[in-house]
Design a protein around this ligand. Structure first.
Ligand code: GAL
Length: 631
């Protein structure tokens, strides 16, 4: 596989007479890809039906002539102002019922049929015109579904579509009442038309109602995307992708990904550290200019799976961004470092966002590869260096990792519906376990919950899956790998009720979760041998072998053969003990890595990354800050 670089470009932002020079500089820099078009609707169709493709034709021409390959984005994240005159009710509404107004982006409701038809119409026009263009290399649908909290909408369109979705699922109101437990507070319905969206209730709405709404919202994204994919597919053979984001769990990315050939994501390591991570002030200070050592890797491993093995970074931060609480400049070398980290995890391409910093509008404080005056910004030389390195670099075989970690979007929703305690968040739990694995030097594949073939995996972890799909436990237990389930595993039925018999109901494991509790952050429960459980704790009964007990002698971790069940949220010290023991039982070697070092093993190639602000000596070699070793 040839690894390539690219950038995100907005020809409509710049005078046409500089396009050719821009294209030449991109090619000279060693870039292959140029993504364009994803916000250009108001220039492609300034008034309804007035299609203005000439400028885009010329942009294709100029970029193609320089030898660049175009990734064409559909412009559906930014419906133009006239669209609102046509469909005043197309805006998404927030939970308070307020419209998410025009004047930025992503201001549409996924359930609005009229808008979806418009999105299909513009996509069809683009696919017809450029689907066979020699410069076209790939497609991107829309832009960052879910960014700015835009999956969930409480509009009338969403309400009407939700009623239809429910009628399809349950058939009769009686069946729905039974399944949701509507007898509880006299919430029974006699008709689907009586069912509103689960907002603006006096106190907590019925969790089954919320859970179904969350499933519905995810399905609406999948449907919206699939409609674009279908019309593109009919007119173009180029691969189709979508640029996902970091820590967005409101829709099932595996389901959108099923329709497309490549997954891409937008990697903003410094923004994410400030904006999207639970971490101590000390941690945020240490990594302020490098980014968290595990957050990018987690998403690389996740999106590799969403893309069926084919994935890119579509937007790579090359300098300070504009949107986090603080926006420092990356340490010198980080743009190169992040690029190599992505390649180590199997990326086919890394594209820098953006080519030139725009001196106008919302992102004028966001760095690009070029400054607003077209001089090279700091990231430029780093991109040039990677391009030169790539020309020399040997192939890296993409091999299966020894460790599998299951990630389930539905579990993220079910935890949110009834977290039971502050801080109880599914992504946070899974990410902490991922970090724990990486700190031991292990490489990880993140897999969807419908995965059944675990051939080759030595260790499989399925934390927090409240509603495991049928067949998953048996496939894992029968795989020959060492497995870890829990906490909260199997703790809800698909209808959002507590199952009886009580969880975890793992065959062969005599154990019942008799009671659960959540703990104040300052009241962890010590575990014998070191570490503690915190936030979430289960009281386990049964005959299964007890591997760990808390300080009062109550079981925390159980085992039956290769299967272990964890009845609590482990702190880092206890987690390290659990994972080391599991790895040893799996026959996997672990290393207690220095704080800043992470390893990615891909087949015979091992990459060593120093995420710290200082040089670190590792295995006899001094690795500079932002340093990458290949061996
Ligand atoms: C991404 C988005 C880009 C740009 C960038 C700024 O979320 O896709 O269009 O806004 O952030 O960091």
């Amino acid at each position: 596989m040839k690894r390539t670089l690219g950038t995100c470009y907005y020809p409509e932002h710049w005078p046409e007479d500089i396009w050719a020079e821009d294209a030449r500089r991109m090619a000279d820099l060693g870039l292959t890809w140029v993504r364009i078009g994803e916000f250009a609707w108001s220039r492609l169709e300034p008034a309804p039906g007035d299609m203005q493709f000439d400028w885009l034709d010329r942009a294709f021409e100029v970029l193609g002539a320089a030898g660049l390959r175009v990734v064409l984005g559909t412009p559906t994240a930014t419906p133009p102002r006239w669209m609102l005159d046509r469909y005043p009710d197309m805006l998404a509404l927030d939970a308070q019922g307020r419209p998410r107004g025009f004047g930025s982006r992503r201001h549409y409701c996924f359930s609005h049929d009229g808008y979806r038809d418009e999105a299909v119409r513009i996509t069809t026009a683009l696919a017809e015109r450029y689907g066979q263009h020699p410069a076209l290399g790939a497609w991107q649908t829309d832009n960052e579904y879910g960014c700015h909290d835009t999956v969930i909408s409480y509009s009338d369109a969403a309400r009407d579509a939700f009623r239809i979705w429910l009628a399809d699922r349950y058939g009769t109101a009686d069946a729905l009442n039974r399944v949701w437990g509507n007898v509880f507070w006299s919430m029974d319905y006699t008709d689907f038309d009586q069912i509103d969206l689960p907002n603006l209730t006096v106190t907590e709405p019925n969790p089954s109602h919320v859970m179904d709404f969350r499933r519905f919202c995810s399905d609406q994204v999948v449907r919206f995307n699939a409609a674009q994919v279908e019309v593109i597919r009919a007119r173009s053979d180029a691969p189709i992708s979508h640029n996902y984001m970091g820590r967005i769990t409101e829709f099932d990315h595996f389901a959108t990904g099923a329709e497309m050939q490549i997954a891409t994501w937008d990697s903003y390591p410094l923004g994410f550290l400030e904006d999207r991570l639970e971490a101590t002030a000390e941690h945020k200070r240490r990594y302020a200019c490098q980014g968290d050592p595990d957050f990018q890797a987690f998403h690389h491993d996740l999106y590799r799976s969403v893309g069926h093995g084919r994935w890119w970074v579509m937007e790579q931060q090359p300098g300070p961004v504009n949107w986090a609480p603080h926006n420092p400049a990356p340490l010198p070398g980080m743009a190169r470092f992040w690029t190599w980290e992505a390649f180590a995890h199997g990326a086919e391409a890394v594209c820098y966002f953006r080519w030139r910093q725009a001196p106008f509008a919302q992102e004028q404080m966001h760095a690009g590869l070029l400054r607003p005056d077209s001089a090279e910004a700091a990231g430029y030389a780093e991109a040039a260096r990677v391009a030169a390195e790539l020309a020399q670099a040997p192939e890296v075989e993409q091999a299966r990792s020894p460790v599998a970690l299951i990630f389930d979007y539905q579990a993220a929703w079910s935890w949110e519906v009834q977290p039971q305690g502050k801080g109880c968040d599914y992504f946070r739990l899974v990410f902490e376990i991922y970090r724990g694995l990486r700190k031991l030097g292990l490489s990880v594949d993140i897999l969807p919950p419908d995965r059944r073939d675990f051939t080759g995996y030595r260790m499989i972890l399925a934390p927090g899956l409240e509603m495991p799909p049928e067949g998953l436990v048996d496939a894992i237990a029968g795989s020959g790998a060492q497995a870890l389930f829990g906490p909260r595993f199997g703790s809800k039925t698909a209808n959002y009720a507590i199952p009886v018999p009580l969880p975890p109901a793992i065959s062969g494991l005599s154990a019942v979760v008799a009671r659960v509790e959540t703990l104040r952050p300052d009241m962890p429960v010590a575990v014998e041998g070191g570490g503690a459980v915190r936030l979430w704790r289960e009281h386990l009964e049964g005959q299964a072998e007890v591997l760990d007990r808390d300080a009062a002698g109550a079981p925390v971790l159980l085992r039956a053969g290769p299967v272990q069940y964890l009845g609590g949220w482990p702190d880092p010290a206890y987690l390290a003990r659990i994972l080391e023991r599991l790895a040893a039982a799996s026959g996997l070697e672990t290393v207690a890595l220095p704080q800043d070092i992470r390893i990615r093993q891909s087949g015979p190639t091992r990459f060593v990354f120093n995420h710290g602000p200082e040089a670190v000596t590792f295995e006899g070699q001094s690795i500079p800050p932002a340093g990458v070793l290949r061996g």
